[in-house]
Design a protein around this ligand. Structure first.
Ligand SMILES: Nc1ncnc2c1ncn2[C@@H]1O[C@H](COP(=O)(O)OP(=O)(O)OP(=O)(O)O)[C@@H](O)[C@H]1O
Length: 296
């Protein structure tokens, strides 16, 4: 059974929705949520962590509405990994990691530091005495302390330089815990997530195996993202950012090179026929894009 899923999830701040009816399941092998700044990735991640109450729909944890779940079991199963800067600057690294360990297991600090590739002697230091990559490893060690089934990673490497990023990605790829990864960087999801969901303006516009999305995107926004970020470590892509998301119809239509009058009607997510592996897309022009169409 999938550990976490969203069903018709509507999320927002105050009463203003910013995520509109998202349905998706976290699957084995890592799940990526990809999209530009403001697309709703962090909002979705906060709901998956139980930190934001849905305006509509539900987060499903182990088959039940998260609101009715056993919170202790949930916190053991699902752990966030935020940026390394989230460590308490006054606490020594060892104390910071020990705090996350269950009582009676505090002697595991050294082993956990080793597990994330750090010298246990670093336990005596404070966060400012570590590099950014080392701090991020400490944050991962803290998350691993309860042996979670799932890590929720929000841009886990974006503050790091490219070589350090690659080493942290290797570390994450080798862990037993599965991953929900939030990022604007397609190269990062390619490394860590078998499945990806592309978000635009609070809607999932395309879902499928990451390798398939990258090889043959079926949504013009996925294609624009792919074409904008060929490598690790690039700046956040915001293809065609000058035009806003459309208020009605397909939200991408004002930026879309393939837009036609039919796009004034909101496209519902649909499973594409004739693909070897499942692919869902919310675009009237998906078949045309896959067939090599350019501007109409
Ligand atoms: N605390 C908040 N109060 C009000 N609006 C918010 C709040 N946090 C986010 N938003 C709005 O919700 C929308 C989605 O934001 P969110 O942070 O989820 O996007 P994101 O895809 O994670 O972006 P980024 O990559 O920049 O972190 C944006 O329009 C943002 O302005």
């Amino acid at each position: 059974m999938t550990i976490l899923a969203a069903r018709d999830l509507v999320l927002g701040y105050g009463r203003r929705p910013v995520v509109h009816g998202v349905t998706l399941e976290l699957t084995e092998g890592g799940t990526g949520l990809i999209g530009e700044s403001g697309s709703g990735k962090t909002t979705l991640a906060r709901a998956f962590l139980g930190l934001l109450k849905p305006l509509g729909g539900q987060v499903v944890y182990a088959g039940r509405d998260l609101r009715q779940a056993d919170r202790r079991a949930f916190r053991r199963d699902v752990q966030p990994v935020f940026q390394g800067e989230s460590l308490d600057p006054r606490m020594r690294i060892g104390a910071s990691v020990a705090e996350a360990l269950p009582r009676g297991a505090r002697d595991r600090v050294g082993a956990l530091l080793e597990q994330v590739g750090l010298d246990p002697e670093l336990a005596a230091r404070r966060p400012h005495e570590l590099s950014g990559g080392q701090r991020q490893r400490v944050v991962i060690a803290r998350a691993l302390a309860v042996e979670p089934r799932l890590l929720v990673l929000d841009e886990p490497t974006s503050a790091l330089d490219v070589t350090v990023q690659a080493r942290i990605l290797d570390l994450l790829a080798g862990l037993a815990a599965d991953r929900l990864l939030i990022t604007h960087n397609l190269a990062v999801v390619e490394r860590l997530c078998r499945t990806s969901h592309v978000l635009f303006a609070g809607r999932v516009v395309e879902s499928g195996e990451t390798a398939d999305l990258l090889r043959a995107p079926a949504h013009p926004y996925t294609k624009a993202l792919r074409d904008a970020v060929p490598t690790l470590g690039g700046p956040p892509p915001e293809p065609g950012r000058s035009a806003p998301a459309a208020e009605s119809g397909c939200p991408f239509r004002l930026r879309c090179p393939l837009a036609v009058p039919a796009c004034e009607e909101l496209p519902e997510p649909r499973v594409l026929a004739g693909r070897p592996r499942p692919r869902t897309v919310a675009c009237h022009r998906a078949e045309d894009l896959l067939g090599g169409a350019t501007a109409p």
